[in-house]
Design a protein around this ligand. Sequence first.
Ligand code: ADP
Ligand code: NI
Length: 245
Amino acid sequence: MELSQEEKIIETTAAYVQQALAGAESGHDWFHIYRVWQTARAIAEGESARLPEPAGDGSGVNLLVVELGALLHDIADAKFHNGDEAIGPIKARFFLETLDLPAAIIGQVVNIVQHISFKGGNHFKGQGKGQLSNESQADFYTPELGIVQDADRLDAIGAIGIARAFNYGGFKNRAIYDPAIAPALHMTKEQYKQSTAPTINHFYEKLLLLKDKMNTATGKAMACERHLFMERFLEQFYAEWEGKA
Ligand code: ADP
Ligand code: NI
C-alpha cells in the first residue's frame, strides 16, 4: 500500500526518534514515546468525534501536529542537559526542517515540544510557575498541545504508571512502602526531588492528582479509568500488607 505524504513524514519521524532515544533511561525511552503517540492519537480521535468537523479554516484538531508533537515531545529531556529547556525545541525544529513541511506546522509542533518541556507548567501547576523563564509561556494553549500533554500524563497513571513508579523507586533504591512515612503534600519542587520517601507515597503526592489536570474530555475519561485501577491496586496492596487478601 502506498503511504500518503503525511504517513511518510510520521514514519520518518518515528524512526528518527527511535534512534535518537536508543540508550535513554527507561522512564523516557522509545516505548514511552510510542505509548504517548498511540494515546495521543486515541484522544485526538475521541475529541474529533465529540467536536464538530474541523472547519476548512484550520480550526479543529490537526492530527499531523498531534502525532509529530507526541513523537518529539521528549526528544531532549532538560534533566539530561543541565536543565537547559531550550534543547528540545531546537532539536525538534532542526529535524522538522529536514522534512517537506509547511512552516506553520513546524511552528505548532515546536511549540508543543517547548511547552511540554516547561516542567513548571507541567506537573507542578501553580507551584512551578515562577520557574518559567517567560511567564507568558504558561498561557500558551492549543488543542494539539492539550492532547499531547494529556497523553504524557496518562502514561504516568494506570497499570503503566504503577510500573513506571516502582521502576523509578527501585532505581533510586527506595522502599516500596513504609507505614511510618506519611505522604507529604505541598512540597516545593526542590524538596520533592530530594525526597527519599517510599514509592507508594508518590501515588498521593502526584499520581492520584493527575486525573484532575486533564485538558480534554477524552483524556479525562481515560484518566478516570486508570485512576480507578490505581485505587483498586492500592486497596489490594494494603490488604496484602496485612495478610488480609
Ligand atoms: P515526566 O517526564 O512525566 O516529567 P518524571 O521524570 O517526573 O516524568 O517521571 C518519570 C516517571 O517516573 C513517571 O512515571 C513518574 O511517575 C515516575 N516518578 C517520578 N518521580 C517519582 C517518585 N518520586 N517516585 C516514584 N516514581 C516517580
Ligand atoms: Ni513524556
